[in-house]
Write a new protein. Structure first.
Length: 421
């Protein structure tokens, strides 16, 4: 077996020591956490930053002029500045904090879509979208009488068919919304190319970065997209906070979706003017602790380096694909180990005649957390892959090859338990 510490600078054991949950047990066995696409674990630095806020400077932001209110406001704003830098936005004015990716996409569908999508207009998404980047567009299409189109997958059932993209763009869609990385297939879509093509046809582009931002360097200016969405809880930060990046000019022209306190500049009994960006889109008291915790998560990710994280995940994904491909009666979905540049650390699989929930239960009994189901991408799993459910392992910076070995042993136990082969 190869060593777990794969790079001189990337010390997986040192990283693991920052995550208290990784030294706990599940069902009496050392926890192996392989459900990172669902949510990531949190390092001490993030947990402590939240606890420290509540313990020492808890106050509402943008309101008080006393010291701890200023401290809380600064920490919250600072977190946005960090996120803007992480994804290379032009400034924190372009970063709106939301509850998660889902809410960020809904803000675009309701705010931008509500104002700009008219009867007969086309909305273009793809067959590999998570429900969060599908249902809001379906609702918008129904509400406004628009047509929802899909870019198809190619014959490999792993990648978007670029011919299909070209054909759909002939309908001159008003918006193209596409996932950066598929949460089922692990495919990394060439969103820069898709954005350029879509812009050539006059469309606005939204990239769902829920599964990319945690795992690789993202540069929204290089991609050129108009909107980009992400969730803190998938990138070492707390739940309850996510972000919508939008180009300043587009956000500036959009009306707010939620309204109330903090998002206004002035209100009279007959009129209202909006606050400056990004606050125009953040009505009411936000998740202050969440924003602060997210800032600490970004510091942590920067401390390791997004490139090192991606390199580590590529290696462990290759190792896992090699290991799993040697197991009879097991089928993996998505691109293979020769295509690591175009796939992330998500591996969906199925074992002949065994329901994925049973697979997951056996893994659970071995202390291994994986996910089974349609992964909130029912059309992809059912209509394209032809399965009612699949099992899925997904990696992050703290996973190591010995954990892949334990997963492979669990597969053998599944086969033995259900008498496969
Ligand atoms: N996918 C998974 O286990 P939220 O829940 O809003 O933080 O993220 C939604 C979302 C949007 N897009 C993609 C590509 C996603 O993978 C997810 C979340 C989790 O695959 C939970 S279903």
């Amino acid at each position: 077996m190869k060593q777990d510490n794969m790079h001189e600078t990337f010390d997986v054991e040192r990283i693991r020591s920052d995550f208290p949950i990784l030294s706990t047990k599940m069902n009496g066995k050392p926890l192996v956490y392989l459900d990172n696409a669902a949510t990531s674990q949190k390092p001490n630095q993030v947990i402590e930053s939240i606890s420290n806020y509540y313990r020492t400077y808890n106050a509402n932001i943008h309101r008080g002029i006393y010291a701890i209110a200023v401290e809380a406001t600064d920490a919250y704003v600072d977190s946005k500045v960090k996120l803007a830098k992480l994804v290379n936005a032009k400034g924190m004015e372009e970063i709106i904090y939301t509850r998660n990716t889902t809410e960020a996409i809904n803000i675009v569908a309701l705010g931008w879509g509500g104002a700009n999508i008219k009867q007969g207009d086309h909305i273009l998404i793809t067959q590999m979208e998570h429900h969060s980047n599908l249902v809001p567009w379906m609702l918008l299409a129904r509400r406004n009488g628009a047509v929802l189109d899909y870019v198809k997958l190619d014959e490999s059932k792993s990648m978007l068919d670029m011919q299909s993209l070209e054909e759909q763009l002939e309908n001159e869609p008003k918006i193209v919304a596409v996932t950066h990385v598929s949460n089922v297939l692990g495919t990394i879509n060439d969103v820069k190319h898709i954005t350029r093509k879509a812009h050539d046809h006059g469309a606005v582009v939204l990239v769902d970065g829920a599964q990319s931002a945690p795992h690789m360097q993202v540069d929204v200016q290089d991609i050129g997209c108009d909107f980009f969405t992400l969730s803190s809880h998938k990138m070492l930060g707390p739940t309850g906070i996510g972000a919508l990046y939008g180009k300043f000019d587009i956000l500036d022209k959009m009306d707010p979706v939620l309204s109330g306190g903090d998002m206004i500049k002035s209100v009279t009994f007959s009129d209202v003017t909006w606050n400056d960006l990004p606050w125009k889109f953040e009505a009411g008291t936000p998740d202050i602790a969440g924003g602060i915790g997210f800032g600490a998560a970004i510091d942590y990710l920067n401390g390791i380096g997004m490139k090192s994280i991606r390199d580590h995940e590529k290696k462990i994904t290759k190792y896992a694909l090699e290991k799993l491909s040697g197991i009879k009666h097991l089928k993996t979905y998505g691109l293979g180990k020769e295509d690591l540049e175009r796939r992330g650390g998500v591996i969906s699989f199925s074992i002949d005649k065994v329901h994925p929930h049973d697979v997951s239960q056996v893994f659970d009994s071995e202390g291994i957390a994986i996910r089974a189901g349609h992964h909130c991408a029912m059309p992809l799993v059912e209509e394209i892959l032809g399965e009612s459910a699949v099992s899925r392992i997904s990696f992050y910076l703290y996973n190591k090859e010995s954990e892949v070995d334990r997963a492979a042993q669990a597969v053998e136990l599944v086969k033995k338990t259900f008498k496969v082969g």
